[in-house]
Ligand binder design. Sequence first.
Ligand code: IPE
Ligand code: IPE
Ligand code: MG
Length: 257
Amino acid sequence: MAGTPLSAKPHLCEGRSSAWEPERVPAHVALIVDGNGRWAARRGLARNDGHAAAVPRLLDTIDGAVQAGIRHLSFYLFSTENWRREPEEVARTLEIIGGFVTDNQAALHAKGVRALWCGRRDRVPPTLGRTLADFEQFTRNNRTMDLIFCVDYGARDELLRAAAELARDAAEGRLSPDRIDAASLTSRLYQPGVPDVDLLIRTSGERRISNFLLWQCAYAELYFTDVLFPDFDRFALWEAVADYAGRERRFGRAGAA
Ligand code: IPE
Ligand code: IPE
Ligand code: MG
């Protein structure tokens, strides 16, 4: 599906046009990219071939998100726990992320995508760090869609840093502990300008969160699909969006009669 032209409108939802009413489209979709290794193993390939095969699917998913009117799209690409993998796989995964940016940043910029990096900036290889930071800088004025790269990201790590910053500000007299609220914590996250997640998608059949956006997913709708990420595409994204559109979000209120 990587070559599907943008003009191919979501036929998937014909007869379900309510799925595409703007207020039914999730503003923030977060996707746990999973199943690359299993996709490769099923083909007798190396795990890294699965990571490489994910690249065109990331691009197709981005195009599908722009078409659907999604305003913020987060990809979980490398977690704070993924350093536990073999060094060769870690190195190649990070290299593929850098290559993805280098090869596609001009095209993504032309689509009005604003890149944001969510995660620790002190541990990835310096070349990748520069690539991601330059991509953010280059696209900073774009407004069509935020594309959030979660790289060396872990929610506990993010929340611990925010807590430490709150403690520091309190200890140094800049903040009264009585005034700590959701906004003061949110403002200390990696990307405070990005709203909470509306729809969390995980590919590959696993049904867990794996330390992803724990604060921001407090009220996210969860969607799990057995599709392995190297088989995921814009149509699979739209299926998830259509499913989301049919849900009733309550935020603690009583349900509709
Ligand atoms: C997702 O695919 C990519 C990363 C987590 C970096 P996996 O590499 O986790 O693939 P599986 O889960 O082993 O199939
Ligand atoms: C989650 O996938 C992390 C990313 C997608 C970057 P994993 O494959 O690492 O998750 P677990 O270990 O199976 O929970
Ligand atoms: Mg996995």
